[in-house]
Design a protein around this ligand. Structure first.
Ligand SMILES: [Zn+2]
Length: 213
C-alpha cells in the first residue's frame, strides 16, 4: 500500500505523535526537584519507556553523557547514560559479558543499586552537570563500581565498569539520591566556583518568577 498525504502549500504538516520524542526542559540549580529523592520505579509501562526515550533525546541534544530523572523534573530512581561519543578509556562487563557499547547504549537504569568494593582506588577528574551550565570542578570518586539495575522493561541487570563509565553512573545515582556534584567537591574547588553557583541560583529563581507572573 502506497499512501501519501498531500498537503496544500503553506499548510503545516500534521504533528504525528511518537514519531520523534520531544526534548524535555532541563532543570537548573537550585530548583527544588533536584533536592527530591527519586521514588522507586514500580510500573514498567509504555509511559516509562517514553520518558526514558525522551530523557535520552534530551541528553543527546544537550551534549551530555548522563541524565537523571530529577533533571527533567521527575523525582524517580531513573537515569540514562550514553558514552559512545566519550573520548575516554574504560572497561565494562554487563550480565557477565562484554558486548560492544553500541549494543546496550543508550543505557537506561531504573532503581540502580551501587556498590564499591572495599579497597577500590580513587581518581580525580573534572566533572560538569547539565543542571549547572558552564560550571565544572574536579571530583574524587572510586575508580570502579558495580551496579544492579533494571532496564526500561523491568529486566534486572548487573554491570561492572570503571573509568568515565563508573564516574558517570556515580554522578547520576547521586542525583537520584539528591546529592549534587558541587557537594562532592573539595572545599577549595567548591570555593572557586561559589560565585558562579550563586549567580546560577539567582538566574534560576528569576526565570521561575518570570514564568509564574
Ligand atoms: Zn548532573
Amino acid at each position: 500500500m502506497n499512501q501519501s498525504i498531500d498537503l496544500p502549500a503553506g499548510i503545516r504538516r500534521p504533528t504525528l505523535p511518537n514519531i520523534r520524542p520531544m526534548s524535555l526542559r532541563i532543570v537548573h540549580y537550585n530548583e527544588p526537584v533536584l533536592r527530591t529523592k527519586g521514588e522507586k520505579v514500580i510500573t514498567f509501562d509504555a509511559a516509562l519507556a517514553e520518558l526514558a526515550t525522551e530523557m535520552v533525546e534530551t541528553m543527546h541534544e544537550a551534549g551530555g553523557i548522563g541524565l537523571a530523572a530529577q533533571q527533567v523534573g521527575r523525582p524517580l530512581q531513573l537515569c540514562v547514560v550514553d558514552l559512545r561519543e566519550a573520548d575516554a578509556e574504560f572497561t565494562w562487563e554487563i550480565d557477565g559479558a562484554r558486548p560492544p557499547l553500541d549494543l546496550f547504549m543508550p543505557l537506561v537504569l531504573a532503581n540502580p543499586k551501587l556498590s564499591v568494593a572495599p579497597g577500590t582506588s580513587e581518581s580525580s577528574l573534572e566533572e560538569g552537570c547539565l543542571s549547572f551550565p558552564k560550571i565544572r570542578g574536579e571530583i574524587t570518586r572510586p575508580e570502579a563500581i558495580s551496579v544492579k539495575f533494571q532496564d526500561e522493561r523491568g529486566v534486572p541487570h548487573q554491570l561492572a565498569c570503571d573509568g568515565l563509565f563508573a564516574r558517570c553512573i556515580q554522578h547520576e545515582i547521586d542525583h537520584l539520591n539528591c546529592v549534587l556534584f558541587i557537594e562532592r567537591m573539595a572545599r577549595a574547588t567548591r570555593a572557586e566556583i561559589d560565585e558562579a553557583v550563586k549567580t546560577l541560583a539567582r538566574e534560576t529563581k528569576a526565570a521561575a518568577k518570570n514564568k509564574s507572573s
